[in-house]
Every structure is written in structure tokens, then in C-alpha cells.
Write a protein that binds this ligand. Structure first.
Ligand code: ATP
Ligand code: LTN
Length: 328
């Protein structure tokens, strides 16, 4: 039997090249070797207030985009988290075995609380819900970007704690990072990770940005005071541009060194822009085709939820029995 892969993405903001290179590209690549489940995590999105009409639209838009970048519904189940209620059900049970101190230590929680006026309990519980997403399907492998490694360690800690309290119940999930592009930085500020929730025209390249916009954003990207590329002394901005190029083209370290050493920054940016445009254009074309058929995306999501539900029910039943909850 194939091993299982599971990952998730929030339907907030506009998906960007960081999401693609850190996670989504890997999703499409490994779906043929695993039994794959990819979730649009709308319950995670509402840990911070979302405008309801906008959220509804973003879920379908994101689903269309995932299909456009190669998630194949014949090989993968594409699922909206809230349409399988067992995610929330298991999350509660896991909440009860998770010490608050583990959650208060999460760096994403600490960073988000600094940005919010009022902090919901949901924001603290966010990583428990994420652990539930993974453990619900007994996933072996979780492809994510580098910023999620701490959450995955926590998921393993929760699984281990549950298993030792109530007996072997959960598979231990393994983190899978991409070789290149695990952490893409903001174009305007290469010390901060590129993020959907950071505003500012020059920060991120959205997967649906037209070619001219992509070129413009890259030409304005922050570099450093060197005149040309020097791999040994480059600052984080130049290093980020090279990471973007390498992750899109899968060029080897040697060819990067040979092709880019001594290149002036203006020319470097042009090369990167052409690589990004060439990679995104076919995806944008497919996105237009997919969304032209208004019922298609909804049909894929309904099939996805239906396909994964038996596995979700099975785990919840197992957990209930293990904990002594009532199972008629
Ligand atoms: P937000 O700003 O709303 O937290 P986000 O841009 O961090 O959003 P998520 O939906 O939280 O996006 O993440 C989806 C996937 O993309 C995760 O696997 C995450 O690790 C990955 N990812 C997010 N940002 C980056 C980045 N800058 N570089 C590489 N991977 C990233
Ligand atoms: N927290 C993740 C999104 C996410 C996820 C998951 C990733 C929710 N559930 C399960 C992997 C597996 C993020 O990217 N911010």
C-alpha cells in the first residue's frame, strides 16, 4: 500500500511564489508516489477574522489554483477542511492532551499575537488543529515550507503523548522540505519571510500576477551595495533572488556559480524575472481554463471530501475507543 501524504494551505490573501516553491510544487511532484490528501484549511483561516464573503471566494479561487498548478484529482484528494467535521472533532480530543506551555512557545503564535489587537483562543489552538489534520489520516509525510517545522515537531510531540497515555494510535509524521526554496524571503525586505498576510506592492509575487507586474516587482527587489553577483559576499536580497531562480529552474549549484558570478544586479533581476514568468504563465493559462467551468472545482471538492471521510471516521472511532468515550 502507498504511504500517505498530507498538507494544508490557508485560503487567505493571495498565494505567492513562496507558497509554491516551499510547498505546492512538492505537492504536485510527490502526488504520484503517495496516497495524497491536500487540504484548504478554512478553519485555520478563521483564527484571525476574515470577511465572510471574501473567505468563501478565496476557498474556490485557491482550489482552482491548486488544480492549475498540477494537483491531479485522479491522484490526490483535494479537501476543504471544514467539510470533514472529524478535523474539528479530533482537534478537541488532542487539545485535552496538549499542555498550554507547548502552545505558548510557538514562534508563529508569538509573532501573530504581536500583530493582533485581540487574540482568539483559536490562534493558540492553531497548531493542535494542524496536528489533527495530519494525525486524522495517519499521514507519513508532510510537505511544507521551513516556517512549519516547529508546528510539525509539536504534532509529533502530541502524537507521542497520546500514544503513551492511551496506547499506539497515531502514525508518526515526517517533515518534508524542498531542496531549494524552503524559505523564500520578501522582495522588499529579505530579512522577513514572504507572506500572504504582509501587504505592500513590492513584497510578494502572487501566482496570478501578470508578467509585467512580476518583472516590475523583481526589478525593484532589495539587493545590497555590491555592484555585481559575488556568491561569497552577497547579502540576503541577492541570495533570495538566486534561491528563487534555482528553485524554479532546478539549476545545479555549479551552473548557478558559473552563470551568475560577476553578473550586474539589473541583469540578474532580468534573468530571474524571465524564469518566474516562464514557470507561472502556463499555470495561469490553466487557471483560466479551469475556472471557466463554474461547476468543476466544486465537484472536485465534493469528491475529495467523500473519498477521505472513511479514513477520518476510522481514526476518530479509534481515538474515542482509546480514550473511553462513548461508542455505541
Ligand atoms: P500567512 O501569511 O497568512 O501565514 P503564508 O504565506 O505563511 O500565509 P500558509 O498558508 O500559512 O502561507 O502556508 C502554506 C504553505 O506555504 C506552508 O507549507 C508554508 O510552509 C509555505 N510557505 C509559506 N510562506 C513561505 C515562504 N516564504 N517560503 C517558503 N514556503 C512558504
Ligand atoms: N499551518 C499551515 C497550514 C496547515 C497545514 C496543515 C500544513 C494546516 N494544516 C497540515 C501541513 C499539514 C501553514 O502553512 N501555515
Amino acid at each position: 500500500m502507498k504511504k500517505r501524504v498530507l498538507s494544508g494551505i490557508q485560503p487567505t490573501g493571495s498565494p505567492h511564489i513562496g507558497n509554491y516553491l516551499g510547498a505546492l510544487k512538492n505537492w504536485a511532484k510527490i502526488q504520484y508516489d503517495y496516497d495524497s490528501i491536500y487540504c484548504i484549511v478554512d478553519l485555520h483561516a478563521i483564527t484571525i477574522y476574515q470577511d465572510p464573503a471574501e473567505l468563501r471566494g478565496k476557498i474556490l479561487e485557491l482550489a482552482g489554483m491548486l488544480l492549475a498548478l498540477g494537483i491531479d484529482p485522479k491522484h490526490s484528494s483535494l479537501v476543504v477542511q471544514s467539510s470533514v467535521p472529524e478535523h474539528a472533532e479530533l482537534a478537541w480530543m488532542l487539545t485535552c492532551v496538549t499542555p498550554i506551555g507547548w502552545l505558548e512557545r510557538m514562534t508563529q503564535y508569538k509573532a501573530k499575537t504581536e500583530e493582533q489587537e485581540s487574540i482568539s483562543d483559536g490562534l493558540l489552538q492553531y497548531p493542535v488543529l494542524m496536528a489533527a489534520d495530519i494525525l486524522l489520516y495517519q499521514a507519513h509525510v508532510v510537505p511544507v515550507g521551513d516556517d512549519q517545522t516547529q508546528h510539525l515537531e509539536l504534532a509529533r510531540d502530541i502524537a507521542q503523548r497520546f500514544n503513551s497515555l492511551y496506547g499506539e494510535t497515531f502514525t508518526m509524521p515526517e517533515t518534508r522540505l524542498p531542496t531549494h526554496g524552503a524559505r523564500i524571503m520578501g522582495l522588499d525586505d529579505p530579512d522577513k519571510k514572504m507572506s500572504k498576510s504582509t501587504t505592500g506592492e513590492g513584497h510578494a509575487i502572487s501566482l496570478l500576477d501578470p508578467p509585467d507586474r512580476i518583472r516590475k516587482k523583481l526589478m525593484r527587489a532589495t539587493t545590497d551595495s555590491n555592484p555585481a553577483v559575488d556568491l561569497d559576499t552577497m547579502g540576503p536580497g541577492v541570495s533570495n533572488l538566486l534561491s528563487i531562480y534555482q528553485a524554479f529552474t532546478e539549476a545545479s549549484d555549479d551552473s548557478i556559480r558559473n552563470d551568475f558570478t560577476g553578473l550586474r544586479y539589473g541583469d540578474l533581476k532580468k534573468r530571474v524575472a524571465e524564469a518566474v514568468v516562464a514557470a507561472l504563465e502556463p499555470m495561469q493559462q490553466r487557471y483560466r481554463e479551469i475556472t471557466a467551468d463554474s461547476g468543476y472545482v466544486a465537484k472536485v471538492l465534493a469528491e475529495g471530501a467523500e473519498r477521505v471521510t472513511p479514513a477520518a471516521r476510522d481514526t476518530v472511532q479509534k481515538v474515542k475507543r482509546a480514550m473511553g468515550l462513548y461508542t455505541p
